[in-house]
Design a protein around this ligand. Structure first.
Ligand SMILES: [Zn+2]
Length: 256
């Protein structure tokens, strides 16, 4: 590690955010690391995670619709346990800074859109309102057949509930391997990327599609692109400003 990014770069981003009409943001696992969220991201993102094993199985083998059909109780329990664990964790200063940024923008008639790859719902708990959960949420369950879905809390749900509308098995409302992102959520994120003045990525390399497409949309429509990540990523050379450091330390400085 170096001694952190240049103060002049931080001041530049702070000014950009202060003057922006619409800020769009994309966050990933890196922003939740300081909250102690375990790295189970591979279980829902549809990308390959080398060496991610669960009871000797690769996540690609069970975090799929077929895996759920094969052993529903086991997969259900895995997500239920993660949901209970989340109740013991709290948002960190990075989540809080983004919620604060949204509050300020909306107070002066601006807009803020937060797209996240995380399923931990910590942005919402920190106070963010306009959140697009690209990969779904651990705090929602839905029907495997019809459009029924509902919010759930952190209490354990041992038995898999049946859908009150059609009777089919409910499932975690997360995006599994081989599944498409929810179309309405993706469209809203792409629209925001195309409309914003500043596009900020935090805690994600943003090089994996389709999320990487958001940075490209933003850049193509003239937004200033800013990356906040612990380490340089393949996107670092493509963005206008790349800041290296922990999101929970850098984001509060950018919003100060
Ligand atoms: Zn149903």
């Amino acid at each position: 590690m170096t001694d952190g990014p240049d103060q002049a770069e931080i001041a530049r981003v702070r000014d950009l955010l202060g003057a922006a009409r619409h800020v769009a943001c994309l966050t990933g696992a890196g922003i939740s690391a300081a909250s102690g969220v375990p790295t189970y991201r591979g279980a829902h993102t549809g990308r390959t995670v080398g060496g991610a094993l669960w009871d000797g199985l690769r996540v690609e083998d069970w975090a799929t619709p077929a895996g759920y059909a094969r052993d529903p109780q086991r997969v259900w329990k895995w997500y239920s346990d993660r949901r209970v664990q989340l109740g013991e964790l709290a948002p960190n200063a990075g989540h809080v800074a983004l919620a604060e940024l949204e509050k300020r923008l909306t107070a002066r008639g601006g807009a803020f859109t937060l797209a996240t790859q995380n399923i931990d719902a910590l942005h919402q708990r920190a106070g963010s309102v306009n959140v697009l959960a690209l990969h779904g949420s651990l705090l929602r369950i839905r029907c495997s057949v019809c459009p029924y879905r509902r919010e759930v809390g952190h209490e354990p749900i041992a038995a898999i509930p049946a859908c009150p509308d059609c009777g089919a098995r409910l499932r975690p409302d997360v995006v599994w391997f081989g599944e498409m992102l929810p179309q309405d959520v993706w469209t809203a994120a792409a629209d925001a990327a195309g409309d914003c003045d500043v596009f900020l990525t935090a805690g994600t390399s943003a090089v994996v599609y389709p999320a990487a497409g958001l940075v490209e949309i933003a850049a193509a429509t003239g937004a200033t692109t800013v990356e906040v990540n612990l380490e340089p990523t393949p996107a670092s050379s493509l963005v206008d400003v790349a800041l290296q450091g922990p999101a929970d330390e850098l984001l509060p400085q950018l919003v100060a």
